[in-house]
Design a protein. Structure first.
Length: 251
């Protein structure tokens, strides 16, 4: 498998989602492009800051034996740092020209782009060592990352996006941001083990997905809950609200 094919595989989930959004949704193409660029741009400061932290604090890259210290390290180094930067970059996704659903979709796409681009960085960083092992192990890890790291980035971005929306609506939903940080920290905590404990990382991904659904409904504007027209004869447009308004009042 060539380098270019490997990079294409890393980016496949993002490209496929971008196409599906464009074909089956009414979200603006400009919003999709901005979300993609924002996701790519967010990789740079995250990677740079993590590099500096490891350079000046080498102990961060060492695997510890104390569970509490390992959790705090992943919570701060991965959860808080990555989701904090992600939330800051989500501010650049246009909101005024997007409804709630489209803004949320754009945030998911941003997280997906970030996760896929991060996989490319991961692949290039380990390319030399993988060549020594015929690249088999690294290609396997690329597919594993698609259903692990990429997913956690995607849905944590959704939670961060819901937080940004709630702040701009002057009804801050801090819990959504905290859950994004916590679920990402838990994910990296569990995958840091080389035993069966790694499988608990699936619970962290499910937590992010479920909380996305909960906080989506919590922050969804009332205008998004449009009532369907009542079944009737003829072509008159009568909604539930107008039907109730015109209904006779019995005293």
């Amino acid at each position: 498998m060539s380098v270019y094919i490997s990079i294409a595989v890393c980016l496949a989930p993002f490209v496929l989602t971008f196409i599906l959004y464009e074909v089956f949704s009414k979200i603006r193409i400009s919003t999709l492009l901005i979300s993609s660029v924002v996701g790519l741009a967010a990789v740079l400061p995250i990677s740079f800051i993590q590099f500096l932290l490891v350079y000046y604090f080498p102990s961060l890259s060492e695997s510890g034996t104390n569970l509490l210290s390992v959790f705090l390290k992943t919570f701060l180094f991965n959860g808080l740092l990555e989701e904090g930067i992600k939330a800051l970059f989500l501010i650049f996704i246009p909101r005024k020209k997007s409804n709630f659903a489209h803004f949320f979709m754009a945030c998911l796409l941003m997280g997906l782009a970030l996760g896929c681009f991060e996989s490319v960085v991961y692949f290039l960083r380990h390319l030399e060592s993988s060549n020594a092992n015929n690249g088999t192990l690294l290609y396997h890890l690329i597919f594993v990352r698609m259903f692990s790291s990429v997913l956690i980035h995607t849905f944590c971005a959704g939670l961060c996006g819901l937080f940004i929306w709630s702040v701009k609506e002057k009804q801050p939903d801090m819990v959504s941001l905290l859950i994004a940080v916590l679920s990402h920290g838990l994910f990296d905590f569990f995958v840091s083990f080389s035993t069966w404990i790694q499988w608990f990382s699936v619970a962290a991904i499910l937590l992010a997905i479920i909380e996305c659904r909960i906080h989506y409904e919590k922050n969804k504007p009332i205008t998004e809950y449009k009532k369907s027209p009542l079944p009737q004869e003829g072509n008159a447009d009568i909604t539930v609200e107008s039907a109730l308004k015109d209904a006779p009042v019995h005293k």
